[in-house]
Design a protein around this ligand. Structure first.
Ligand code: HDL
Ligand code: ZN
Length: 415
């Protein structure tokens, strides 16, 4: 492999990637100020929906008893099914153990009650600062839903924000469940109608402006199903093109589209029951072409869409692609996708985000992804050296900062 021809270069690349602080551009984590919404600790780690899906495969009709258990009982069962009765080889299982190791917690005794006792040393606030330090994460972007009553209450009362947490305005209820959401907006004083008539579009723009300002949101975002197409004359696309995109231009918001989820293919798994399907990349190209003044950020869930999405990003400078999302966040696929993206887009991409739901996961998700990025970059810099072009450490540091959130900040106008 070409990196073997330049071992020193390879060592420098790995060192720089390991130590460069990252902007994690999409997570489901909350600033500790959102108290009741903060998820951390071993029982939250073990009841992550990825592990619920995996543990359900190990027993007959587990849903009959699992959903009736409390959080600790659920974690006990998952620990037994996935860690004690069989080796925890999956990426999500490995992640639990990496997170514990990075926190200095030794799991080799396999004693879950003893593991729990370690977490008593922290509060949500001190744990947050410790995990940000361990994971070398300089900024965490949350997923923020003004439509969620519990979260909205924190925004409306006003909170003292943690400096490392920023907000993104999530719009799934507005774009995908308008009939229900119209009632919420109307109750909040926005003159909107379920049939989108009257002042609806202007009032939705006013709602979006109010929340972009209140949250100081980095960008607006939506998760779209695989059958989403553009152009189209449905309610989703009318709200998107007549309200969301104009508001995004007015308030300097990029618009992030996460495309390919099929919700609830197995309802028995509840949040763990979502799947995927290949989506329509020409629709991404069409919306970028139709709205050249808007900035689009995009990730797609199907492995089959990744090459075409790279080509789309080559065609439209107002399109920035990111992440190995969800079912793609596995070492074999991260390496394949990252290598393809750098070969086709150079440094104009954000290779990874964590999608963490549990604060502890920042440790493992970045600890697992960094070496893969370093491996691919080492190869590419070695190939560059073979042409006689030798990069300096400072140039490597510049490039890695760019890939770990710096280019994204430039793209969204927040650098
Ligand atoms: O819609 C999304 O943002 C997805 O990331 C879902 O939250 C999904 O459940 C998830 O957690 N993926 O990692
Ligand atoms: Zn997510």
């Amino acid at each position: 492999m070409s990196s073997e021809r330049h071992p020193t270069l390879c060592q420098v690349v790995h060192e720089v990637v390991e130590r460069t602080p990252v902007f994690d551009i999409h997570t489901h984590l909350f600033d500790p100020a959102f108290e009741s919404l903060v998820s951390w600790g071993i029982d939250e780690l073990l009841t992550y929906h990825y592990l619920i899906a995996e543990s359900f495969r190990t027993a007959e009709a587990p849903e009959d008893h699992f959903w009736g258990l409390n959080k600790q009982e659920k974690a006990d069962w998952i620990w037994k099914q996935l860690f004690l009765e069989r080796s925890p080889l999956s990426e999500a299982c490995r992640g639990v153990l990496t997170s514990l190791r990075l926190l200095g917690i030794d799991a080799k005794e396999r004693d879950l009650p003893a593991l729990r006792r370690h977490f008593a040393q922290w509060t949500p606030g001190t744990f947050t600062d410790r995990i940000l330090e361990i994971a070398k994460v300089r900024k965490v972007c949350m997923t923020n839903l003004p439509f969620d009553n519990e979260e909205r209450a924190y925004w409306e009362k006003g909170i003292s924000r943690h400096p490392s947490f920023v907000a993104a305005l999530r719009l799934d209820p507005l774009l995908l469940e308008w009939e229900k959401t119209a009632g919420q907006l109307h109750a909040w004083g926005y003159d909107v109608r379920a049939d989108l008539s009257g002042q609806t579009m202007g009032e939705v723009r006013r709602f979006l402006g109010d929340w972009c300002v209140r949250m100081d949101s980095q960008y607006c975002m939506v998760s779209l199903p695989p059958d989403w197409t553009c152009p189209a004359t449905n309610g989703t696309n009318r709200l998107l093109t007549e309200a969301v995109l104009p508001a995004a231009r007015e308030h300097g918001q990029a618009f992030a589209m996460m495309i390919g989820v099929r919700r609830g293919v197995n309802p028995l798994l509840r949040m763990a029951g979502d799947s995927l399907a290949p989506a329509d990349v020409p629709s991404v190209e069409a919306i970028c072409a139709a709205f050249p003044e808007n900035k689009f950020v995009c990730t797609m869930l199907a492995r089959e869409n990744q090459h075409a999405l790279c080509v789309a990003a080559r065609k439209f400078r107002n399109l920035h692609i990111f992440g190995c999302w969800w079912f793609l966040n596995n070492p074999s696929l991260i390496e394949e996708i990252t290598r393809m993206r750098i070969e086709m887009l150079g440094l104009g991409v954000t290779p990874q985000h964590s999608d963490c739901r549990v604060m502890d996961q920042l440790g493992y998700k970045w600890n697992h992804s960094r070496p893969i990025l370093a491996k691919v970059l080492s190869e590419k810099y070695s190939d560059l050296s073979d042409t006689g072009w030798h990069v300096t450490r400072a140039e490597i540091e510049r490039d890695v900062h760019s890939l770990l959130g710096g280019e994204f900040e430039r793209f969204i106008g927040r650098s």
